[in-house]
Design a protein. Structure first.
Length: 181
């Protein structure tokens, strides 16, 4: 009887170890890598490139794909490679693939080379399905003529048609004659 109890004890502990190993395997990322560069092409021409020191792809609790860039990333959109159209960089980013949503945090910089405009903030969301980038944090937009500060930002994903909320700072207007009363 003592031998049966000993065998049962070791069987249970072995099963428990297997359960722990399986649960640890479920926590492992589906994909991870260092010093990654992705390029998206259209008709054989590079239109977007993403570079990141580290990438980790996992599943969320609700079994959705999540791609994390814990050491930051840089995304460059080209008008015609290597001519840059726009650029965004951040110290941390995450892409929720099924939602079509990117979040960028920490020293977020977005630039539109054509209009020579730069956005600086600590948090930015890109909703790919709606084609909108936005922030509810403090922002600074630099144009060739002005520096605009505010809290809250929304734009099309090309950073062409943008709005700053709760604006502070000095804004230059074109010289126009105002009606005199």
């Amino acid at each position: 009887m003592a031998a049966f109890a000993a065998i049962s004890f070791f069987s249970c502990s072995n099963d428990m170890q297997n359960v722990i190993k399986v649960s640890e395997l479920e926590k492992l990322p589906e994909l991870s890598g260092d010093n990654i560069v992705f390029s998206q092409t259209e008709y054989g021409k590079i239109v977007i490139s993403i570079s990141a020191p580290k990438i980790i792809k996992t599943k969320t609790e609700d079994d959705k794909n999540k791609m994390e860039f814990p050491s930051g990333l840089t995304v460059v959109q080209y008008s015609e490679y290597p001519d840059t159209l726009s650029m965004i960089s951040a110290e941390y980013a995450v892409n929720y693939e099924e939602k079509g949503v990117w979040e960028a945090r920490g020293n977020v910089i977005a630039m539109n080379k054509k209009n020579q405009e730069t956005l600086n903030t600590e948090y930015l969301v890109w909703d790919q399905t709606q084609g909108i980038i936005s922030s509810n944090k403090k922002v600074q937009v630099s144009t060739p003529d002005d520096i605009i500060f505010g809290e809250g930002f929304q734009s099309d994903d090309q950073f062409n048609d943008w709005q700053v909320e709760k604006v502070t700072g000095i804004i230059t207007f074109e010289n126009e004659e105002l009606p005199v009363e």
